[in-house]
Design a protein around this ligand. Structure first.
Ligand code: SF4
Ligand code: SF4
Length: 381
């Protein structure tokens, strides 16, 4: 399915099949609407809609866990100019004559996804640092609305992931404060046509002036940790997650370390699990699923697919499932993991196969027996 263009003069696109609210329900996700600084984005039963007044900041794009949304202006360049130790990232509001030569400009720093930050760090390499330039305008900017650039969450994740992968501390992406007078700030983020023309001209001027400098090539192979079938499905349904795993995997390979599982949410299920599979039924991404084999049945989990929506934990009638959004274990990412494994047994009453967990009666027969016992007890009382 093609992306659908939403009503924004900045170029904002929605891939319906990847949207968790469309595929499941608004209860599964409405993060784009929550992130929209002007409140013009809404998520309802009919999906995602956009009213007039989009600022083009892309903050909804950065908030979308599946990558269903995309906006113009956030394509990480394939090649980064070499020479500077710092790779500066500016917002489009910064006057084009000001940013350092070779700076990478985006509509709003708050629209950068975690994967984009990691791709920039990878392209910059271990000896350089990606610097998000804070002009101290965010508090006065409609898209920012806070004293700090609204990229804190993505930056925190990128720094955490790079630290876990052993990236040099002095090369972790960071925010640099280089204030400019607010009088220089344009009221609106420039529309892409204007900005891209300026950006291209400035970039080629820069390259011409630095003809002797080498440039870094960046390629984007698909992740190896995920099975091909999942990648094919994932690129359609979870483009952001596939992009994130791909860049994390390349960073891990660069460092010569395995990919840690704790960069993604973790789920655990206690003994009180009744194996009815409600959690797998409500999970909008398929991160949780039921399995059955010759010997047993249970619930399994694929961490990189988890959007951290919490529907599973909220829906479990037994309260058996715990979602951990910031796990600390040392496990290595290894695809699907069995969370429960209940060996098959045969019910001594109806002779049907069931997940026994040491019992001799299946839940249905046990319920009937308890009902009969209650009734008998009532009659005798
Ligand atoms: S954030 Fe993404 S997945 Fe969630 S409702 Fe919005 S478009 Fe859909
Ligand atoms: S595993 Fe739970 S938290 Fe993760 S996407 Fe599925 S329902 Fe949401």
């Amino acid at each position: 399915m093609q992306s659908q263009e939403l009503k924004s003069r900045y170029g904002l696109f929605l891939r319906q099949e990847a949207c968790l609210a469309v595929r499941s329900s608004p209860a599964a996700c409405s993060r784009c609407a929550a992130a929209c600084p002007t409140g013009v984005m809404a998520v309802g039963e009919s999906g995602v809609s956009l009213a007039d007044g989009c600022l083009g900041c892309g903050r909804c794009v950065a908030a979308c866990p599946s990558g269903a949304l995309s906006a113009r202006g956030y394509l990480v360049p394939d090649r980064l100019p070499e020479g500077n130790r710092e790779i500066a990232v500016e917002c489009w509001k910064a006057p084009p004559r000001l940013p350092a030569a070779g700076a990478y400009a985006v509509p709003c720093l708050g629209g950068l996804t975690a994967s984009a930050l990691l791709e920039l760090a990878l392209a910059a390499g271990e000896g350089r640092v990606v610097v998000l330039v804070d002009r101290s305008w965010c508090a006065s900017c409609l898209a920012g609305g806070s004293a700090q650039p609204p990229v804190a969450k993505q930056l925190e994740f990128a720094r955490h992931a790079l630290t876990r992968l052993g990236w040099p501390q002095q090369s972790l992406p960071e925010i640099w404060r280089e204030p400019l007078p607010v009088s220089l700030m344009p009221e609106e983020i420039p529309v892409p046509a204007e900005r891209e023309a300026i950006g291209r001209r400035a970039f080629f001027r820069f390259l011409a002036g630095k003809a002797a400098d080498a440039v870094i090539e960046r390629t984007a192979p698909p992740p190896k940790a995920l099975p091909r079938s999942i990648i094919r499905q994932g690129e359609r349904l979870f483009p952001e997650q596939v992009r994130l795993v791909a860049v994390l995997e390349r960073l891990a390979a660069r460092r010569g370390v395995p990919l840690p599982a704790n960069l993604f949410p973790a789920v655990s299920i206690s003994e009180t699990c009744a194996n009815h599979g409600v959690c797998a039924g409500v999970c909008p991404t398929g991160a949780l699923s039921r399995y059955e084999d010759e010997a047993a049945t249970g619930i399994r989990f694929e961490s990189w697919l988890c959007a951290g929506c919490g529907l599973c934990a909220r829906s479990c009638p037994e309260g058996a499932l715990v979602l951990d959004l910031a796990p600390t274990g040392d496990e290595i990412m290894d695809g699907q993991r069995e969370l429960t494994r209940l060996p098959w047994g045969v019910c001594t009453s109806c002779h049907e196969r069931f997940a026994a967990r040491g019992k001799s009666l299946c839940p249905r027969c046990e319920k009937s027996r308890n009902l009969a016992a209650d009734l008998f007890g009532t009659i005798l009382a």
